[in-house]
Design a protein around this ligand. Structure first.
Ligand code: SF4
Length: 300
């Protein structure tokens, strides 16, 4: 992960390979970068199509935290916007939560540099979280709730029809396991979601993208990363444990994460045990109907 917070004004679409010593090595690095960029664009495009994420005339509010994921999402969406068959607009929004040491100049400089419309929304959620959370307790749950509330409300205010969040494939799998381990439910972060009050639609265009690809893309693009630990909170330890578990599985059995993600898109309710999703109590009636249909067919 990058740790620099100063803005590097290199053009966003053309990382420089000039520092690479050998011309052959530079050409190879460029080829690899192009492949990576194409893969990310293809995966984002596929996710958008598969889930009907963006429609003609949409105003997509891209939530930009200053981390690798949201920079990558913005960059790929900008490219797709230029080439998409539908017309949609993008507006980047950063929520300045007033964490100590937040480098306020970084995102405006970056966004001005690439010519993207943006808003910086200032809400002192940091003080609220500090005040309301008992000493020693984790602050993330309240902080995320306040952040979500601020962003959802602001989306309505500016007439955004979609809210784009930068969660990727690993975020989705980690959340799936966290919910299984600690929440007793089989659920994760969907690529497209209607908020509980029906006011906002959230999309996750990076849903098909691997975190390692995003990290490498971000590194090569030299995005001006803002560290995510300014709040001073401990990282979510449970998520970290699950992250390491998944990474270990993938290292031992390459392709396992891909298969698990495929499973999330390929659910068989009759092979699980949720009575809300599948009518187990009505199987006898179903059987009787199937038998009656068979007898009818036989008699025709
Ligand atoms: S790490 Fe800090 S900024 Fe991030 S959700 Fe937790 S409390 Fe909020």
């Amino acid at each position: 992960m990058q740790d620099a917070v100063t803005f590097d004004p290199r053009p966003a679409e053309a990382p420089s390979f000039a520092d690479t010593p050998e011309p052959a090595a530079a050409a190879k690095a460029k080829r690899e970068f192009n492949k990576l960029q194409k893969r990310l664009r293809r995966q984002v495009g596929n996710a958008i199509i598969d889930f009907g994420m963006i429609r003609e005339g949409d105003k997509v509010m891209v939530c930009l935290s200053g981390g690798k994921d949201s920079y990558t999402m913005l960059e790929i969406l900008r490219n797709l916007q230029r080439n998409a068959p539908v017309d949609f607009s993008l507006v980047a929004v950063n929520l300045d939560q007033k964490q100590p040491g937040f480098p306020e100049h970084v995102l405006p400089e970056y966004l001005d540099g690439i010519g993207v419309d943006y808003h910086i929304l200032e809400r002192d959620t940091y003080s609220v979280v500090k005040e309301k959370t008992p000493e020693g307790k984790t602050t993330c749950a309240l902080c995320s709730r306040l952040r979500r509330g601020s962003l959802y409300g602001f989306a309505e205010q500016i007439g955004a029809t979609k809210i784009a969040l930068g969660h990727h494939r690993e975020d989705i799998l980690e959340t799936l396991f966290l919910n299984m381990f600690f929440g007793g439910s089989l659920k994760s972060m969907p690529p497209k979601l209607l908020s509980d009050d029906g006011r906002n639609i959230v999309i996750r265009p990076l849903a098909y993208c691997r975190e390692a690809d995003i990290a490498e893309f971000s590194r090569q693009m030299a995005f001006p990363i803002i560290p995510c630990n300014l709040c001073g909170s401990q990282p979510n330890l449970q998520r970290q444990v699950v992250k390491e578990m998944l990474a270990e599985w993938e290292a031992k059995h390459p392709g396992r994460l891909e298969s698990m993600f495929k499973a999330v898109t390929n659910v068989a309710p009759s092979q699980l045990a949720d009575r809300e999703l599948f009518d187990f109590a009505g199987l006898e009636e179903k059987q009787a109907k199937m038998q009656a249909d068979r007898i009818d067919l036989h008699n025709e």
